[in-house]
Design a binder for this molecule. Structure first.
Ligand SMILES: NC(=O)c1ccc[n+]([C@@H]2O[C@H](COP(=O)([O-])OP(=O)(O)OC[C@H]3O[C@@H](n4cnc5c(N)ncnc54)[C@H](O)[C@@H]3O)[C@@H](O)[C@H]2O)c1
Length: 443
């Protein structure tokens, strides 16, 4: 059916498709964080004029000055696209009036009760809705429970009876970015997209195909929402399994790391996951609870998720118990001792401490009367229990402490120096896996 786009005879779909393929569509990215800024850069690189909207005036000013605050986004790219007029940032949502497409990349945290906190999505959509107009494509990228796009976004954006697939286009596309990954980044990670109608999916595919290498269409927004939750739940449960095995192996005196190394020589039917001091980051510890919340509403308890959540949640305590036992064995009780934490980011070679197990470990160590210091070349400052800590050089601090605990395996650490100078090392990441030393206690 032809839908009139104003006085012309072209449909909204035809008009927007033409703008997208000629790369004259004006692209908007709402939320310029770890997800939004790299996406904005890729569309600017593809030749689109991109407007980023963020409530954080500091971030907006940084971008407009040609600077980057995201490790994976080179400042040179931001500077070039700002100079070429391909990128600009604003705190003013009225910019949406001039846009043809918007990608929503705002946070989706959990409440303390582990219920989804939709407030960022809702408040961003309330602002967008004021300026949303016929012929626009809106895509939600924030991780969320299945049904959000259709149940929350569609009613907010269907102004004046506008219908998805006709007067506007609405999709969900899960973001799969892996900060710090040198091989896979926003452009070359396959992009799954599902629309509310076939016309919406088609528009989403057309849009992403301009800037990203591979686009994978799925038949609905719900399928696309569920894809992300399957991926992250798969990781969370497998990490939970291997953490449980690590605790068992510890009790039985078996080296779990050697078990995994040997198991992964099987060329089919096995995928290695590694134990550690606890889950971290914005995704794996959080996203599966979006699914369990939704599933509970459908009358199904997500038992695997709850169990893995419990086991993973115990790992910081288990790590501190290892530290305490190792120190007792060395004749130095934890209370009153100095413990140096080596790495506080939630994973190697990045600067993100969100949900990092280091925060829990430092908290528990403090509670048990230890004095805690830390080194992290990517995290100069840290707040734990309301106290500000500053990173100090690994050496001599790790040598001065009674115990050094490797929580994050950053490649910049001088492990030879650590091994030489530390009195006792608790290694939760197998960073010193190739070394045999009585000083080392492994997870
Ligand atoms: N970081 C990752 O590795 C990753 C990976 C995959 C998916 N995700 C998902 O992507 C989404 C965004 O995550 P992120 O890591 O980029 O978060 P982030 O905190 O780095 O960035 C979010 C940005 O949104 C801005 N913002 C908040 N409320 C806003 C509003 N109402 N209007 C405009 N801007 C607003 C914030 O100022 C911030 O700059 C989340 O749902 C997350 O779960 C993140």
């Amino acid at each position: 059916m032809m839908i009139a786009a104003g006085p012309e005879t072209r449909t909204y779909a035809e008009e927007l498709s033409a703008k997208i393929t000629s790369r004259t569509a004006r692209v908007g990215i709402i939320g310029l964080g770890y997800v939004g800024l790299p996406l904005a850069i890729e569309f600017a690189r593809a030749g689109f004029a991109v407007t980023g909207v963020d409530l954080n005036a500091g971030k907006v000013a940084e971008i407009n000055r040609g600077r980057s605050y995201i490790g994976d986004v080179p400042a040179a790219d931001v500077e070039q696209f700002i100079r070429d007029g391909k990128l600009r940032a604003t705190t003013d949502f009225s910019a949406v009036r001039e846009l043809d497409t918007i990608n929503i990349c705002v946070p989706t945290p959990l409440r303390k009760t582990k219920d989804p906190d939709m407030s960022y999505i809702v408040s961003a959509c309330e602002e967008i809705a004021k300026y949303f107009h016929p012929g626009m494509l809106a895509i939600l990228e924030s991780t969320t429970y299945p049904g959000t796009t259709e149940e929350v976004l569609a009613p907010m954006l269907s102004r004046d009876g506008m219908e998805p697939g006709k007067e506007f286009f609405l999709c969900f596309s899960p973001e799969r970015v892996d900060p710090g990954n040198p091989q896979y980044h926003t452009r070359n990670i396959p992009k799954v997209v599902g629309g509310m109608t076939p016309a919406c999916t088609e528009m989403g595919v057309r849009f992403y195909s301009q800037a990203l290498t591979t686009v994978v269409p799925v038949e609905s927004t719900q399928v696309a929402e569920m894809v992300k939750l399957l991926e992250n739940t798969f990781r969370m449960i497998n990490i939970g399994l291997v953490n449980e095995l690590a605790v068992m192996c510890d009790r039985m005196g078996i080296n779990i790391w050697q078990v995994i190394e040997a198991a992964k020589t099987k060329p089919f039917g096995f995928m290695p996951f590694y134990p550690g001091p606890g889950l971290g980051g914005h995704c794996i510890p959080i996203d599966p609870f979006y699914l369990s919340w939704k599933s509970r509403q459908a009358g199904i308890e997500a038992r695997f998720i709850d169990l893995a959540g419990y086991i993973n949640g115990q790992m910081p305590e288990f790590t501190v118990a290892k530290i305490q036992n190792a120190m007792n064995a060395a004749g130095k009780p934890l209370k009153g001792a100095r413990v140096h934490v080596v790495g506080v980011a939630y994973k190697s070679d990045i600067d993100d401490v969100r949900e990092s197990p280091a925060l829990d470990i430092i908290h528990i160590l403090n509670r048990r009367g230890a004095t805690v210091t830390y080194s992290d070349p990517h995290v100069p400052e840290l707040r734990v229990d309301g106290m500000a800590l500053a990173s100090i050089p690994l050496l001599p601090a790790a040598g001065d402490a009674d115990c050094a605990v490797i929580v994050t395996n950053h490649s910049a650490f001088d492990y030879d120096g650590l091994l030489r100078e530390a009195k006792l090392i608790v290694d939760t990441r197998n960073a010193l896996g190739r070394v045999n030393s009585e000083k080392i206690v492994r997870l």
